[in-house]
Design a protein around this ligand. Sequence first.
Ligand code: NAP
Length: 446
Amino acid sequence: MLDEKIAPIYEAVIQRNPGEAEFHQAVLEVVGSLGPVLAKHPRFAERKVIERICEPERQIIFRVPWQDDRGQVHINRGFRVEVNSALGPYKGGLRFHPSVNLGIVKFLGFEQVFKNALTGLPIGGGKGGSDFDPKGRSDDEVMRFCQSFMTELHRHLGEYTDVPAGDTGVGLREIGYLFGQYKRITNRYESGMLTGKGIEWGGALVRTEATGYGTAMFAREMLAARGEDVEGRTAVVSGSGNVAIYAIEKLQQFGAQVVACSDSDGVVHDEAGIDLALLKQVKEEERGRLDDYAARRPSATHRQGANIWEIPCGVALPCATQNELTGRDAATLVKNGCMVVAEGANMPTTPEGVRTLLDAGVAFGPGKAANAGGVATSALEMQQNASRDRWTFEYTENRLATIMSDIHDLCYSTAEEFGQPGNYVVGANIAGFQRVANAMVAMGLI
Ligand code: NAP
């Protein structure tokens, strides 16, 4: 049941943004927590802060024409949604995937605003991408696409304006082509306009690992708050991309036994524990599929179209995509004794899934808190760019660990303050919102 002040705001969002189911879901998930905040701080209602946050500051949609290796012309659609800049320049990744549309970009950008606020670093929120599918494309094709994409988008970017990064389908290769084209068009070596760069050309150590590491750290913090530990527990991690691989790495360093991961074809179950070197070889070097992993690993089985959440575990980290963990999956996890779920992906758990986990007392870390380590380390990359400095791996990882611990504690204490101890969804939504809302009120009606 929505609060009486919140319900009409949410109704208006649905009417103004028809057909954008993921955006509606993301808005509902946040505003559903905000009734008590409006009661405590009437000025947020008077200044219509929630209504303003739900309307992005700027939405850019553009044509991206490019030619494949055979000379055929293709037309894709590019997006950048600049949602909120109250705390700093818009910051958020670019996603290249056939499923990308305006609603998906708006949901991701909306989540990003609160996530970035939780880091305590000076970054606003935005997101972008394209329905281009880099899978199966040659390096030259990806380069031509990225150059065309940046030729249009560059006019909206800048280190004080809007700073994109990678996301699904946008890794080091794509970031390189995007940065190169920006540099060429503007004739500026403006390192701080894009993050996730290569180490030799302005990138930061730990950025590659940061989202996955941070998610595992957040899971450990949640268990520690209950007097438990990750060590010795069985874990499953969905996905096998950037976030999943480094979540697995950190869980293994913490002493957990990670027995499964997945991709969009199926699930690998490896009772001996995932061989991370082999997984990296298959996924990062060969850009291969998980059945290639299973073929080289006698202890592993690969099942096409299987459901990873049916594998019993104490720790579950969804790190693939949105709405991949349903109510039924959550019930299976609970039945199998899962103690903690931390979202490495953005909104991977459906609303029913979240309810099921919370009702069963599972420690649940929503993505805007649990996966904030990636964007936090992007902000650390911007700091290094601004000061023309380079930090060591150890120093940067320590900063990341402190940030994740601070986010955990902020969510924990905020949930307690608002009468819902242990509910990190409420804690993250309210804490993130209050930071943005206070800045918006301070800056007047803009
Ligand atoms: P990525 O490197 O492209 O990996 C995505 C992984 O998820 C791939 O293994 C992919 O498999 C799998 N996947 C995609 N759709 C799936 C489906 N329907 N069922 C099962 N597996 C599926 O992307 P990423 O950077 O790891 O991002 C993963 C998630 O984390 C996204 O929600 C992203 O927004 C979020 N996130 C990323 C970062 C970051 O720093 N990278 C930061 C915060 C949040 P295929 O190879 O078969 O497609």
